[in-house]
Design a protein around this ligand. Structure first.
Ligand code: HPA
Ligand code: ZN
Length: 370
């Protein structure tokens, strides 16, 4: 019998479900030939937080190795706790999860596991985010973080043929001073970094808070990107600041830009690439009668879209091929658009032109062969 109590409990559970919670498998309803095309497509991704690839199984293994307790009976119970409905509620779970990362070997194992999964899905080049402020807070030296990840990058390139680079993210809702301290601690290792970025909770932490950090990073030869998360307070102002004033080299998410024809024109004129992650951030809703699909709207506006997996361990363990498969249905992507998205990815790489051409040649060879 459905009592008022069970009904209310059911509604509460439904409200707690993450926005991306899916009923169907990623390939459901996708033409099998297109499924094969996506699997074989040489790919890149530039919006993946290494700490967001920390799978529940690895959390248990690292906790055991480091002598830490976890407040979950098993992997299933831990995964059941991944209930969030907005950026802030996601971030609370994400930051709590990364506390098991303590030693250089932990960062190596985390990064290698992601690179192995990515390589198995034909990602041939990736630029990965990490959040060092969170680790410094727990007393982990910057050297352990960067050198652990660097060891994994080298091993994965040799063993698996996947090339990668590393982007240091500032945790925007921590103090500007702690972000500067993290940058200063990282600069002795700058040869292992390709850029800096900006992540975490955007509300009340606009990009200009990091103008000095970006300037110092640039002066040290690093590229600059910034998250402009979906439907954030002041999102169009923040996109404008990032694009026009701070002149970032890429924008992470940034989908609300379609609500400003003027900013769309500026982005096109600046040849901006966007790293779009449709799993959790694929729909504009705020203030709209009808939800707007981010990937579709950005493509239709003529913007340079790339697609990434963001925090796959917290998003049903769906890595890039599953993300693209779902995008086919939700954003009505054609084969030509998927090929263009892959091309955008290699063109957006923070690599020398000659290296980009090699990646693009691999894409062209694949497209000529299918
Ligand atoms: N946005 C902001 N902060 C984050 C994200 C994101 O997509 N993923 C991990 N930290
Ligand atoms: Zn992100």
């Amino acid at each position: 019998m459905i009592t008022r109590r069970t009904l209310m409990a059911g509604l509460a559970a439904a409200a707690a479900l993450p926005r991306w919670a899916y009923a169907a498998a990623p390939a459901d309803g996708v033409d099998p030939a297109l499924v094969q095309f996506i699997k074989g497509l040489p790919k890149s991704e530039y919006h993946v937080h290494l700490e967001g690839t920390l799978e529940a199984e690895m959390k248990f293994a690292l906790a055991r190795r480091n002598g830490l307790g976890l407040p979950f009976a098993d992997v299933a119970a831990m995964k059941a706790s991944y209930n969030y409905h907005d950026l802030a509620s996601f971030l609370a779970i994400y930051y709590d999860g990364m506390k098991v990362l303590l030693k250089e070997q932990d960062f190596r194992d985390l990064a290698y596991a992601y690179l192995a999964r990515a390589a198995a899905q034909n990602v041939i080049y990736t630029e990965m985010f990490f959040d060092p402020q969170e680790h410094l807070k727990r007393g982990v030296p910057m050297e352990a973080v960067i050198m652990g990840i660097t060891r994994a990058r080298r091993e994965a390139e040799t063993m698996l043929g996947i090339r990668s680079q590393l982007i240091l993210c500032f945790v925007r809702d921590s103090s500007a001073e702690s972000a500067m301290a993290a940058l200063d601690a990282a600069l002795p290792f700058k040869q292992y970094l390709v850029g800096v970025g900006l992540d975490s909770d955007e509300a009340g932490h606009p990009p200009e808070k990091f103008a000095a950090h970006f300037a110092k990073a640039r002066a040290n030869g690093l590229h600059v990107t910034a998250h402009c998360d979906i439907d954030q307070p002041g999102t169009l102002t923040n996109i404008r600041t990032a694009l026009v004033d701070l002149k970032v080299d890429r924008i992470d998410h940034g989908g609300n830009i379609v609500q400003s024809p003027e900013l769309v024109a500026i982005a096109k004129q600046r040849n901006m690439y966007f790293t779009v992650c449709p799993t959790f951030s694929g729909t504009l809703r705020k203030g709209l009668d009808q939800p707007v699909d981010v990937v579709r709207a950005m493509l239709d506006a003529g913007l340079k879209v790339t697609i990434s997996s963001d925090d796959p361990a917290y998003m049903a363990s769906e890595y890039i091929n599953d993300v693209l498969l779902r995008a086919v249905t939700r954003s009505n992507l054609s084969r030509a658009e998927l090929a263009q998205i892959a091309r955008n990815g290699f063109e957006a790489a923070w690599l020398p032109e000659a290296d980009k051409r090699l990646l693009l040649a691999r894409l062209d060879a694949y497209l000529a062969s299918v």
